[in-house]
Design a protein around this ligand. Structure first.
Ligand code: NAD
Length: 485
């Protein structure tokens, strides 16, 4: 396997301008398994320059149909390379193989969905009366900058680069410090499928430096940011400098799940959902169901069923068969999550499962045991703040109105869930939740064909679905006086 990765700028693999390289750490072993070139301000400028040049080069002559076919061919290449991409991904991120390959599949699906859209974008004509023609052109924005987090790097790469390219834009992608080489491996597939030079640039490097330079560059005409609220605020300030359109800003979440099933016989679904909230991506998901509001008569039965299933989850390295969840992505993040677990105990929550480092994983690796805190309330920081690890909080409630009020009592508004067999309750609650995404009796539909995004501190704009691709275009109105005199 390749153990040395370079920047991808202007269709060429190259070292950073100052030759710096940084180690790539496997979070399950804490050992470096590769190194990656580290981009500089000069590299960022070169990337934007090449993306701008590419707009009027060969790329500009590609028809929408050709762009769409190209994205479909990259999607097929991703599928052909699933095994290799997943193995690298597991090494860099820690995800167990089934979770890594699931995200590789998601990446391909985004490109297929948006590839299909490429030749379906239209403008319009507007009737202004006799002797006049008015038409509206739908054009690409131009150079777009994509700043990505580490938790779903392939998924997030394709959900924004896919529509950007489908609509005819060019892209400069800055992956996160923790996860960059799998993104570069993905870029190699775009290159092998024949992307013209400069249309896609991928430049790992220091976030605060490159992020600032890229988002403050007046040549950039679209910013797509996924990450934390704090960085999101900085990006908005940078965008304000040149009034650069912010296509979308996908920030954090602290999703509530409301358990209002008929009786104990229907608890299997929500209990499985709570287990998944800790196991999937080790809880490092913006849409993680982190706050469980359970009707009081179901509360103890819910916890009794949940505890043994959580204790049975197997944390471990991706190389071990049968692992349910991997390590957290970095030492910094591991320390952060462990601090929240200590805080939960200090705040007086009742520990039902987990609560520290799991047994049997040895001393190396950023592993955290799936952790359930019960008897929580909305005043606790572990309920209010995004922990972003395999930790959930459980709270008893007396009525659906109380559950909705508590669910909405949070500064985030990304995702949410309700468990009930009562249709009226389900739809009424869906209409009252102050979020961008509601699921009923399960968790799915986080993108592709449907809009995904948040309200409040969770961000702005939507990724996935028709609205997403329209946001990567701008409108130009053209008025014509017909005839003379
Ligand atoms: P982060 O904000 O620390 O970093 C995100 C990206 O911003 C990284 O690439 C980083 O290098 C870059 N960056 C850092 N400083 C910058 C600056 N000054 N200007 C521009 N860019 C800069 O976030 P993270 O820790 O990588 O990701 C975790 C966060 O992302 C969580 O809050 C999570 O909820 C959120 N997230 C949201 C979604 C969603 O769809 N809503 C999806 C995934 C992750």
């Amino acid at each position: 396997m390749n153990t040395s990765y370079q920047l991808f700028i202007d269709g060429v693999w190259r070292e950073g301008s100052d030759g710096k390289r940084v180690p790539v750490i496997n979070p399950a072993t804490e050992e470096a398994f590769a190194e990656v070139s580290w981009g500089t301000v000069d590299d960022a400028n070169l990337a934007v320059e090449s993306s701008q040049k590419a707009l009027s080069g060969q790329w500009g002559t590609w028809s929408p149909t050709r762009r769409g076919r190209f994205l479909l061919s990259v999607a097929a290449a991703i599928r052909r390379n699933t095994a290799e991409l997943s193995a690298l991904f597991s090494k860099e991120h820690g995800k167990p193989p089934h979770q890594a390959s699931s995200e590789v599949e998601d990446a391909a699906r985004y490109l297929e969905y948006f590839g299909g859209w490429a030749n379906k974008l239209t403008g319009m004509t507007i009737d202004l009366g006799q002797g006049q023609l008015d038409y509206v052109l739908r054009e690409p924005l131009g150079v777009t900058v994509h700043i990505a987090p580490w938790n779903y790097p392939l998924d997030i790469f394709c959900r924004s680069v896919g529509p950007a390219l489908a609509a005819g834009n060019t892209c400069v992608v800055k992956p996160s410090r923790e996860i960059s080489v799998v993104t570069l491996a993905l870029a190699r597939l775009f290159q092998e499928e024949g992307i013209p030079a400069g249309v896609l640039n991928v430049i790992p490097g220091p976030g605060t430096v490159l992020g600032k330079v890229l988002t403050e560059d007046p040549r950039v005409r679209g910013i797509i940011f996924t990450g934390s609220v704090a960085t999101g605020r900085t990006v908005l300030q940078s965008a304000a400098l040149n009034i650069t359109p912010v296509v979308s800003m996908e920030l954090g979440g602290k999703a509530p799940s409301l358990v209002f099933v008929k009786d104990e016989s229907e608890l299997d679904g929500p209990v499985g959902g709570a287990v998944g909230a800790m196991a999937w991506n080790a809880g490092q998901s913006c849409g993680q169901r982190a706050r469980w509001y359970v009707r009081r008569d179901l509360y103890e039965p819910f916890l009794e069923r949940l505890a043994p299933r959580v204790r049975n989850l197997k944390p471990g390295p991706a190389t071990q068969p049968g692992v349910d969840l991997g390590p957290l992505v970095s030492k910094k993040h591991y320390d952060n999550v462990m601090n929240y677990i200590r805080l939960g105990i200090e705040e007086g929550a009742r520990l039902i499962a987990g609560g520290g480092r799991p047994e049997g994983v040895g001393e190396k690796g950023y592993f955290v045991a799936p952790t359930v805190f019960a008897d929580c309330h909305n005043g606790m920081r572990i309920v209010r703040e995004e922990i972003f690890g395999p930790v959930i909080t459980v709270i008893p409630v007396d009525s659906i109105d109380e559950a909705v009020a508590l669910a909405n009592d949070n500064s985030f508004g990304l995702s949410s869930e309700i468990w009930t067999s009562d249709l009226t309750t389900a739809h009424l609650v869906a209409s009252k939740l102050d979020v961008g995404h509601v699921t009923i009796n399960g968790s799915a539909a986080f993108g592709f064909e449907v809009p995904f995004g948040g309200v409040k501190l969770s961000g702005l704009g939507r990724e996935g679905g028709p609205e997403a691709i329209l946001a990567y275009t701008r409108l130009k109105n053209v008025w014509v006086k017909l005839g003379h005199g």
